[in-house]
Design a protein around this ligand. Sequence first.
Ligand code: NAP
Length: 292
Amino acid sequence: MARTVLLTGGGRGLGRATAEKLAVLGHRVILVARNPAAADAAVDEILHRHPRARVEGRSVDLSALTEVGSYASTEAERGDPIDVLFHIAGVMQTSATRRLTVDGYEETLAVNVLAPFVLTAGVLPALERSASARVVTVSSRLHLPGSRGAPVDFDFDDPQLARGYNPDRAYKNSKLAVLWFTYELQRRLAPRPITANAVCPGFVPATAAASTTGVMRFVMSSVMPHMPFATSVDAAAESFVFMAVDPSLEGVGGKFFGEQHPIESSPQSRDPEQSRRFWELAERLTGAVGAR
Ligand SMILES: NC(=O)c1ccc[n+]([C@@H]2O[C@H](COP(=O)([O-])OP(=O)(O)OC[C@H]3O[C@@H](n4cnc5c(N)ncnc54)[C@H](OP(=O)(O)O)[C@@H]3O)[C@@H](O)[C@H]2O)c1
């Protein structure tokens, strides 16, 4: 059955690849990119290759939370159901300089978690119009304790890393927080026929290269994709398609997936008390009213 899928990160990377695959399967895709030029270019490219595709572009800078909120209300007010809301966009900084968004939020937390929080709250009426809807977030195995780089260390008293900023930590914390958001969303959505799951695409150096510079970018884009532990863009996009529309996931919620199968997220991510605490923090930070 054809579904309406709203996905972020549609301008390039895994979001762009997933948009094309979903469109080829006959689904209606609403592709969100950062600016009109990126949205138009992605839509034109997909239509050029697949003239019968149903794909529409929207432009939203996810680091500007006020813009995200007003876009979400406009999308919900169109009156159409949205069957799948897929938060694919994400940032991974490399610089040791802490970057703030136009609204004054630490950028990684804003784009990776607060934007999905605000967007979900805003389009909830459209999800509720669907007979059975899905919200899918993208986390990462890097949130697991012991993963390479600075350890995950989410401090509720300093969620935006005003003290001791480290780009690795900001990324890992955001991917832990996106799990808290997803699991709490699943609890709050019940008994509505809307599920919330998270997914890790695996290590996809071909797209992760965009977050690197210099020699590292060369290594990530040219050498790493040939490594046995690397996942291809095509395989990662397939697993995103699975999350979005595979019938086997009907009614399945509150889970973390790897390559088309459930995997374990960290014990900390599974703590309902911390999930609730994060939800309340996100509400305070954004002023958005989440699902009740
Ligand atoms: N690649 C991996 O190995 C890997 C592993 C685990 C998880 N992930 C996650 O998978 C998701 C997709 O990653 P990817 O590999 O496709 O990365 P990517 O190629 O760097 O793509 C990131 C996407 O996010 C968009 N984005 C970033 N900031 C934005 C903003 N302020 N407003 C609107 N869009 C914005 C980018 O748009 P612009 O073109 O405008 O920047 C781009 O479309 C991310 O959430 C990432 O954290 C990736």
